[in-house]
Design a protein around this ligand. Sequence first.
Ligand SMILES: CC(=O)N[C@H]1[C@@H](OP(=O)(O)OP(=O)(O)OC[C@H]2O[C@@H](n3ccc(=O)[nH]c3=O)[C@H](O)[C@@H]2O)O[C@H](CO)[C@@H](O)[C@@H]1O
Ligand SMILES: C=C(OP(=O)(O)O)C(=O)O
Length: 442
Amino acid sequence: MTGTDDVLLVHGGTPLEGEIRVRGAKNLVPKAMVAALLGSGPSRLRNVPDIRDVRVVRGLLELHGVTVRSGEEPGELVLDPSHVESANVADIDAHAGSSRIPILFCGPLLHRLGHAFIPGLGGCDIGGRPVNFHFDVLREFGAVIEKRADGQYLEAPRGLRGCKIRLPYPSVGSTEQVLLTAVLAEGVTELSNAAVEPEIEDLICVLQKMGAIISMDTDRTIRVTGVEKLGGYNHRALPDRLEAASWASAALATEGSVYVRGASQREMMTFLNTYRKVGGAFEVDDEGIRFWHPGGALNAIALETDVHPGFQTDWQQPLVVALTQASGLSIVHETVYESRLGFTSALNQMGAHIQLYRECLGGMPCRFGQRNFLHSAVVSGPTKLQGADLVIPDLRGGFSYLIAALAAQGTSRVHGIDLINRGYENFMEKLPALGARVELPA
Ligand SMILES: CC(=O)N[C@H]1[C@@H](OP(=O)(O)OP(=O)(O)OC[C@H]2O[C@@H](n3ccc(=O)[nH]c3=O)[C@H](O)[C@@H]2O)O[C@H](CO)[C@@H](O)[C@@H]1O
Ligand SMILES: C=C(OP(=O)(O)O)C(=O)O
């Protein structure tokens, strides 16, 4: 999608009503695809969404000789790593800037080939997003890393050995880096201060199916006993709790009702508690969750993002749009990314009252306090939103702009909607299916 195709006209003021389906999680599926590299035989991954991050990883796997084909059921991929080989660096470089996932190829490629080349990473521009923890842990395993102009070259001249590591912060990607490296490393790896997001647990399930030995303690410690060989897996990816929460926030902000087929309560408990405090209603059944605005005023709340089991940062931006419709002052303290509130300036242009602060306006001081980052917000509501010209800044911010445009009076022009394809499957079909009045400009 390019040029005018990348613009969406959104005619607001109509509640979203109906049903959509979410499939496997954006933050698990690409990693499970990388895990297939570690197997000696084919893996089957089910419930795979058709999103750009999946297509990027598929391309990278194919460049390394992994055969990827559709399986028997819709959304099933069969990944065969029997012929893994070194890829042409220039070809890999074409994927530079496309997603966060390439860095997770380090451990598996070092095990399979003894060397790896990792291009520059992409992902949402919501903070500095350094990868120092990743390279620090890989060095602990025995990797030698050389930074070159076009990316990072890694070698493991003496193989990879288990080690004792403590993460400075429970980083999701760094925890996955350790898992994907430790499973075939020699000896035991002990990782403390690990991230324990549901997508990480699901990745551990994938690796255990392949033959890995991994235990998780309640104190964020993960222990991995390296094995000599792993097989393939057959796995159904856990549902996307982040997409589900986005549609839930859209239902609330537009005073609608959306049944999210595939949404799962267990991974959304913290979100559901917050949703209820704001005044949103939901009903869980065996197939999904219905979210709706029950009428009357919504409540202002104090919200702090955190690592799991706290309130997931990727839930924050869509919910902030709903908070512009709540009565009173809501406080939002973003503790995971230092620059994830910049998207609110466009909401203010639409009529919202959101003031940003450098101070930690939450229960706990975070890494960003006293460091000049506008990472706390006070949202004063309710405010009527008016349609506007909006430029999508990042994935969740982009979906938030769609929600704001749908809740607003009048028409909005939303630029850069292709970015949303990174993590929201078929959103251009889902929106009209829920009654949204959207169109591509003539
Ligand atoms: C593809 C994917 O799964 N993306 C998710 C993953 O991102 P990702 O894995 O990139 O996020 P991390 O958990 O690693 O990042 C959390 C924090 O740690 C910092 N950090 C991280 C690594 C590092 O080497 N050095 C460092 O300082 C980051 O700047 C950030 O402030 O977890 C985030 C937190 O739940 C989610 O918002 C993203 O949707
Ligand atoms: C920040 C996100 O993703 P990524 O890490 O892929 O940029 C997200 O999904 O909101």
